[in-house]
Design a protein around this ligand. Structure first.
Ligand code: NAD
Length: 355
């Protein structure tokens, strides 16, 4: 066996149906009594539920969480948190809301309890991506990791089917890249395979019956495992490309991950035989080929396969390739051939098959 290092991220995880009711007890154990609740404008009713469960005992609600964590929104929220003199943060929502919680918690040293409602996985990572002047930069620090995660399956029932599918593929992407990470290790490989297996089974079931607690539980369980992979090992080409496309061209996060993943995997395939083998075993109907297995899953989910549907212009393909190559990073296959990367992005833009 190869030598490895493994560091676990210390957070408390509570998983199940109806677990949001555990909030009062959790806060009491932590000695916290004045949380600021964070959400997007679309999820204020869930923030109100948090308030009601806590018997009205909150400092306030900040409902302006925004995709890609713009710094100006964070600074407004920090000011509000200071005015209210809150002692903690509760974020309820997807990666955007959790990102805001992380950004405030990092600046103010406030305890962060999070209640994720998508499959993006941010709740178990010590990383935050923030956008300022049109550029998205990533900060990593153990202090960014939320202290407690309450996974309540019931809260995912309202996640629209399309978003459930793409958010689930976003989670799978974390596990895929974990399987060939430079600092990979046997524990993370196990989590990655189990995470992909759970999501690949659950997502078509969620599509068929979005209110199925069994399917939603399996999907959320997979999302937790895949998020843990993201929080533990380094990501490569796929995540870097999606970061560039999201941050520089305003493309939606989970749709971009869904479209790019087969292309990034096909590009890396010649250099990652054991990851391809592991993936092909956990992706149903793969016929021994992980890219094929992924395509089967995406076809079943009937998700969009082209970036142009989301407003990306053809001339942006060249720009995206230039940005992607401007910042060197480790990848199992060298990322130094502009033509090859440009062709990868063009295929994703046009919605052609991955090669
Ligand atoms: P999101 O948080 O932007 O949510 C998308 C929309 O869905 C929002 O309007 C939200 O209110 C709504 N929504 C969320 N859950 C819902 C539910 N259960 N029912 C109904 N509506 C619901 O989407 P996301 O994909 O979860 O997060 C994307 C953001 O998270 C990006 O900015 C990305 O960079 C970041 N992210 C960060 C990490 C990390 O580790 N730092 C990991 C993954 C994603």
């Amino acid at each position: 066996m190869d030598a490895f290092e493994y560091t676990s991220n210390p957070s408390r995880i509570i998983f199940g149906s109806g677990t949001i009711k555990r909030l009062p007890q959790e806060l009491e154990t932590l000695g916290l009594s004045k949380p600021l609740v964070l959400c997007t404008p679309q999820q204020t009713s869930q923030a109100e539920d948090v308030k009601n469960i806590l018997g009205g005992k909150i400092a306030g609600i900040f409902s302006e969480a925004t995709m890609h964590t713009p710094v100006e929104v964070t600074l407004q929220a920090v000011k509000y948190a200071e005015e209210l003199n809150c002692d903690s943060l509760i974020s309820i929502g997807g990666g955007s809301t959790i990102g805001l919680g992380k950004a405030i918690s990092f600046r103010k040293g406030l305890y962060h309890l999070t209640i994720p409602t998508t499959y993006a996985g941010s709740e178990v990572t010590p990383v935050v991506g923030e956008t300022e002047n049109g550029r998205k930069t990533t900060k990593s620090d153990p202090k960014i990791l939320p202290g407690t995660v309450i996974y309540d399956v019931d809260l995912t029932l309202t996640l629209p089917v399309g978003m459930s599918s793409t958010s689930g593929i976003n989670a799978i992407a974390h596990a895929v890249e974990a399987l060939y990470a430079r600092n990979g290790n046997p524990i993370i490989n196990l989590l990655a395979q189990e995470g992909v297996r759970a999501l690949a089974e659950a997502l078509p079931e969620v599509k068929k019956d979005p209110k199925s607690i069994a399917a939603r539980s399996k999907a959320l369980y997979g999302a937790w495992l895949c998020g843990t992979c993201l929080g533990s090992v380094g990501m490569s080409l796929h995540h870097k490309l999606c970061h560039t496309l999201g941050g520089s061209f305003g493309l939606p996060h989970s749709d971009t991950h869904t479209i790019v993943l087969p292309h990034a995997l096909a590009y890396n395939a010649p250099n990652i035989p054991s990851a391809m083998d592991a993936l092909s075993k956990v992706l149903p109907e793969s016929d021994g080929d992980a890219v094929h297995g992924l395509n089967v899953l995406l076809t079943k989910l009937e998700v969009k396969r082209d970036l142009k549907s989301f407003g990306m212009k053809e001339e942006d393909v060249v720009k995206a390739a230039e940005i992607a190559l401007s910042n060197p990073y480790w990848n199992p296959r060298k990322v130094d051939n502009k033509d090859a990367i440009q062709e990868l992005i063009r295929r994703a833009w046009a919605g052609e098959d991955a090669k």
